[in-house]
Write a protein that binds this ligand. Structure first.
Ligand code: BES
Ligand code: ZN
Ligand code: ZN
Length: 454
């Protein structure tokens, strides 16, 4: 986190003001500053760097924004400022927003670049605040880094290493079933989807926290690359499929937040991690698999692999009767068609959970949108020779039929949330660079926090 912040009490003063106050602010400034503003045609929109009359050094940075209370107001700030340390001068209530927007906007995925560009740092005077901001930002940075890392360096074993490291840092327990162990311990669908890859499939399991606390279980789709399998995706559809472990990245980031803030829950994170590859032993359309739960599934399309790896993990997740079961997955293109790429869809079997989650999302400016578990569409998952098919007969309502498939593996009494996320910014927005992105993680964290601590 040293890239975004530094501790101390010295830095170029940084003021964040609403554009509507520009005129009244301007007349209070010295003649020198007023003539600087006039000569640079500054009209109270965006950033002005005011120089010292004698030295020419930057005396203060003043950033005018539309709404000082908006979460992303400072998302572009770090990249606009020249190298240096900046000390925010303003209301305490805005300090959090400035710090988050600053860091999330300053984020760059530069592991594969020789030079990183952003050199401005925000001075955080208080060590405790620094830890709070760093922990929050780290949850999101973790998601972005994992998604941005190319598949060649982010295979199932790398996801396992990440979760092992996380367990070590927070005193959690780590376990995994790798390759044929998946068959020995009855996780057949995870093995089937991942068996064609030279990178062995696995189910990764992290546990943390007081065993008597309410159990929260997170499940994340960890398809490290989705070629589509034998139903191979066309080039354009395959191009960004390194992000198909986005669900795993989301639950790892969320787990980081839960552990860093020491929430009073017993946490379990399950990640079925595979590569959906093509090989002589790849699973085929028309194959039938008996899942961990005993439900038989006919493979209609090998590209609908996410629900297959998730169903055995969801069955496992029910084992210890969680108080809340949450899964994140880059599950369907259809969810993007329904809501666009910037709004995550979620499904739940519990109305109170839905209301709470929507409220939490609004509170932290991380909006989520409920889609229906519309049961009449279950008919579309019928198979002639097995209990279910993995792909509905019609593509219409594809996010819903995928969610209905998952619901078959969830006990009705378990409060369950399923997120269908993009995990990727297609365009740059303040604080949100193009590339890997967390959707609904802050909303979910806020919801878990309010459910178990308030
Ligand atoms: N990983 C994809 C879904 C996806 C695609 C998410 C693009 C985000 C952006 C998933 O495994 C998949 O291929 N789904 C198919 C399902 C279909 C074969 C029923 C899809 O959505 O087309
Ligand atoms: Zn697929
Ligand atoms: Zn996929």
């Amino acid at each position: 986190m040293e890239n975004f912040y530094c501790v101390g009490d010295k830095g170029t003063p940084l003021f964040i003001l609403p554009t509507c106050e520009f005129d009244s602010w301007k007349i209070q400034q010295s003649d020198f500053i007023q003539s600087w503003l006039n000569s640079t045609s500054f009209s109270g929109i965006g950033l002005t760097l005011i120089p010292d009359n004698n030295t020419g050094n930057v005396l203060q940075a003043v950033y005018f924004v539309e709404d000082v209370n908006a979460f992303w107001q400072c998302g572009d700030l770090a990249s606009l400022l020249p190298e240096g340390k900046y000390l925010f001068k303003g209301h305490d209530k805005h300090r959090d927003l400035v710090a988050f927007g600053w860091a999330l906007g300053a984020y760059q995925f530069d592991s594969y670049k020789t030079n990183s560009k952003i050199k401005a740092k925000l001075v955080i005077p208080c060590q405790k605040d620094l830890k709070k901001y760093s922990d929050l930002v780290q949850g999101i940075v973790l998601v972005r880094d994992l998604v941005n890392t190319p598949a060649c360096d982010m295979m199932p074993q790398h996801l396992a290493e990440t979760m092992q490291d996380l367990a070590n840092s927070f005193g959690g327990e780590f376990n995994q079933w790798v390759g044929d162990e998946l068959l020995e311990h009855n996780y057949p669908t995870i093995h089937m989807v991942g068996r064609a890859s030279e990178h062995k499939p696995r189910l990764i399991d992290l546990s943390w926290g007081d065993t008597n606390a309410p159990k929260v279980t997170l499940v994340g789709k960890g398809v490290c690359f989705d070629s589509g399998g034998l139903d191979l995706k066309p080039g354009a559809g395959m191009r960004y499929m390194k992000k198909d472990m986005g669900g795993a990245a989301h639950v790892i980031g969320l787990a980081h937040l839960i552990m860093a803030f020491n929430l009073p829950v017993r946490l379990r994170v399950l990640v079925p991690a595979v590569e959906n590859a093509v090989s002589n032993n790849a699973f085929r359309p028309g194959d039938v698999i008996k899942t961990r739960k005993g439900i038989t599934v006919e493979i209609d399309n090998t590209d609908a692999e996410g629900r297959l790896v998730l169903c055995d993990a969801l069955t496992e997740a029910q084992n210890d009767e969680p108080d809340l079961l949450v899964d994140f997955a880059t599950l369907t293109g259809a969810c993007r068609v329904a809501l666009g790429t910037e709004l995550p869809g979620f499904f739940t079997n519990n109305d109170a959970v839905a209301a709470g989650l929507i409220q939490s999302g609004k509170k932290v400016d991380d909006h989520v949108w409920q889609l229906p578990l519309y049961s009449p569409y279950k008919d579309m998952l019928k198979s002639n020779i097995a209990d279910l098919t993995n792909c509905a007969i019609s593509g219409f309502g594809g996010a819903i039929t995928a969610a209905l498939y998952l619901q078959e593996f969830v006990e009705p009494h378990t409060p369950w949330i399923h997120f269908d996320v993009m995990a990727w910014n297609n365009r740059k927005l303040p604080g949100r660079p193009i590339g890997g992105e967390a959707f609904g993680v802050r909303a979910m964290f806020e919801y878990i926090q309010s459910r178990y601590t308030d």
